[in-house]
Design a protein around this ligand. Structure first.
Ligand code: SAM
Length: 228
């Protein structure tokens, strides 16, 4: 288990400078105007759902990445604490946003012990990389880090062949390990799990959240959970 956790960190560290190509549909992720537009339309649906929240004081963003969603969170929170296990990724995020009210921390979420409560805890495209044997303990920690009356907001991928790079093989065969390539051809193995809405709803309810899970037509699953 430790090997795959380290390989995922190494993968995102090595991918840091080319990471955004995925989200903005550039290079190997460019699927042509029509399919790209479908992607961006669905991104807009999810952003709109996110903007229904706040304003809040304190946000915790887990596995914040290069800032694609950190910059959206700036619109709803006064202060953001952003964790990621890759220093390179954190530096890109910091340089891109240049925001004094974002505090960055190098944290491996598998050894993280929550020591504070936040109004809003957010993570995007992270849950799908949490190995199934660790998901319940991870979500329990998330629950601990949300204050009473606060929320968790999760965004992740639905299974769709056009969501990934053209040279990635994506099979809906239940295998949780997939191979990922960088632009230079380097290959890594990571965990990728595509949650069904009912499954995610159950997982969130199990740790104590009152959750509402939705999907967009093709690409995204998103959930909001409240701690009462
Ligand atoms: C798919 S990216 C998502 C990034 C960002 N949330 C987004 O939506 O663009 C996964 C992120 O998880 C980070 N990561 C990988 N393993 C981690 C770990 N064990 N603890 C914390 N972050 C980790 C990677 O560095 C990467 O930034």
């Amino acid at each position: 288990m430790d090997n795959i956790i380290q390989e995922q960190i190494a993968y995102y560290e090595a991918r840091a400078s080319e990471y955004d190509e995925w989200f903005y549909r550039i290079g190997r992720y460019d699927r042509g105007e029509e399919i790209n537009q479908r992607w961006f339309n669905e991104v807009a649906v999810v952003k709109n759902a996110l903007y229904q929240n706040g304003p809040v004081e304190d946000i915790l963003e887990l596995a914040c990445g290069t800032g694609i969603w950190t910059q959206e969170l700036l619109n709803i929170g006064k202060k953001i604490t952003a964790f990621d296990a890759s220093q390179e990724v954190l530096e890109i995020n910091r340089a891109k946003l240049g925001a004094t009210h974002v505090e960055y921390k190098l944290v491996d979420l598998f050894s993280w012990e929550p020591d504070a409560e936040y109004d809003f805890v957010f993570f995007s495209f992270w849950l799908s990389h949490v190995p199934p044997t660790l998901v319940d303990s991870f979500l329990t920690k998330v629950y601990k880090s949300v204050c009473v009356g606060g929320q968790v907001f999760i965004i992740d991928s639905r299974f769709d062949l056009t969501s990934t790079a053209k040279n990635h093989i994506l099979e809906n065969d239940g295998n949780i390990y997939i191979s990922r390539k960088l632009n230079d051809g380097q290959e890594f193995t990571i965990v990728k799990i595509f949650y069904q809405p009912e499954e995610l709803q159950d997982k969130l309810a199990q740790v104590g959240f009152h959750a509402d899970v939705k999907v967009t037509d093709n690409y995204f699953i998103y959930a909001k959970g409240t701690k009462f």
